[in-house]
Structures are given as C-alpha cells and as structure tokens.
Write a protein that binds this ligand. Structure first.
Ligand code: CTP
Ligand code: CA
Length: 225
C-alpha cells in the first residue's frame, strides 16, 4: 500500500489543468490570440497522469496530441474556458492554470467577414473574466496553482498575483529570457509558495519542469488529507 502511493502519489486525485492560448473572435476569418503553444500544460497533464491522477485537461487551440489517459475538453475562447473550468472545479483536488487566457476580447463580433475599407480600423476591446481569480474566490479544499508570465519584475509581480488571486502556489516565468516561456521545449521557472518560499529552478525541459512543479505541489495536497 505504501509502495503504491510512492509510485503514484496522485492516485485517486482529480487534477484539473488548463493549457494553451485562447482565441477571441473578431469575424469569421480573424481573431486575437497569443504565443502559447500549450506544451507546458500538456506536459503537466501527462506527468500528473503518470503519477496516478485522474486528469482533465481544458485546452485552447494547440497543435498537440492529447496525452494518453488524459480526458481533454477543447475550448476556443476565454469565456468557453471559464465555463468548462467552472463545470469541473468543484470535484477537483488540484487545479493548475497554465493557459495563456486572453485578457481582452473584441467588444463586438461580426457574423460576416468585415470587408477592407479605406483608412484605419480600430477595434474596441473589453476585459474577459479572470478565471483564476474567480476560482480563488470560490475555492474550498482545492489546491490552486497559477502561472505568472512576466517580462520584468518577475518575483514582485508573481507574488502580487499569488496574493490577489488567493493561490496556494505560483510558477513565475520570465517570457523574454532565452529558453524560457512560450516558445521551445525548455523552461526556466521560479516557484513561490503561499508561505513565501521562493525557489529558482535551472533551465529544464518542459517535461522535467512539469515533474518539478508536481513535486513541489504534492506535499500541499498531502497536508489536506
Ligand atoms: N488567468 C486566468 N484568466 C484570465 C487571465 C489569466 O485564469 N482571464 C490566469 C492564467 O492562466 C495564469 C494567471 O492567471 O495562471 C496569470 O496570468 P498572467 O497573464 O500572468 O497574469 P494576469 O493576471 O492576466 O495579469 P497581466 O497579464 O496583466 O500580467
Ligand atoms: Ca494576462
């Protein structure tokens, strides 16, 4: 029995992971999005499954194949991601929000393709819901883990997000550092716990980064038992 748990420390745990970008529609041919590939979130989903978890992966549009044994829910917009996350939140033990959710969407969308016209085109944008912040307000027993994508003031900004979103743990990512962030197969993360413990990790593959994150987070779940 003890052996079993050593190999599969997430056995019986429901883990909810979000990954990838969102796309915010303008008209039938155009949308706003960002550089997220989904690789980090998919790697976390795969690693969590290998550690015995029941994994639900809520994914924006990516070119990636769903890891074996992982239940995937495909979404397009921030609003769709919000709805899918809320529908799966209550039964989750651990939530890891690696998705790069659009902060803004066009205020108006067009049913028909907007034809080009002389002069400028301005698109008015409105805020999307901050999904993670909403989860922080609603959480009961869930362990809530967020990411912070930053190009400056990495630790300070990540700490602010940890606090304002009521998280248990945050993974800070310098998105303009070489080998880190959106592009490529590697990542360099700094993790910060609710208690204020800061750990700077070396440059690792996204697979190793996923393992590192789960190793840091599993003790938080064990404390909840
Ligand atoms: N997030 C979310 N819903 C949003 C925006 C962000 O759930 N509408 C989540 C992301 O999945 C990530 C965390 O919030 O886990 C931080 O995202 P990030 O873009 O770094 O921070 P923001 O709070 O959006 O602030 P800003 O972009 O201004 O730095
Ligand atoms: Ca953002």
């Amino acid at each position: 029995h003890t052996y079993f748990h050593k190999d599969e420390p997430l056995k019986g745990k429901n883990v909810l992971i979000t990954a990838g970008p969102t796309q915010e529609r303008i008209d039938p041919v155009r949308f706003f999005t960002n550089h997220s590939t989904g690789k980090m979130g998919y790697a976390i989903a795969e690693a969590a499954h290998e550690l015995g978890a029941n994994v639900t992966l809520i994914s924006g549009p990516t070119n990636l194949a769903c890891p074996n044994g992982v239940h995937i829910i495909n979404v397009t917009s921030a609003q769709e991601m919000l709805e899918a996350v809320l529908a799966n939140f209550e039964r989750a033990d651990l939530v890891i929000k690696s998705a790069a959710v659009a902060d803004y969407r066009p205020k108006e969308t067009f049913v028909h393709k907007r034809k080009k016209q002389p002069g400028q085109w301005s698109i008015e944008m409105e805020r999307t819901t901050d999904i993670l912040k909403m989860l922080g307000e609603r959480k009961t027993t869930q362990i809530l883990v967020g990411f912070a994508a930053e190009s400056e003031h990495l630790i300070d900004n990540a700490k602010k997000k940890l606090e304002t979103k009521n998280l248990d743990f945050i993974i800070a990512n310098n998105i303009i550092e070489e080998g880190s962030g959106f592009k490529g197969d590697t990542n360099k993360i700094t993790t910060i716990s609710k208690g204020g413990e800061i750990k700077e990790h070396p440059l690792l593959s996204k697979k190793e980064t996923a393992r590192t994150i789960l190793n840091e987070v599993i003790p938080l779940l064990e404390r909840m038992r």
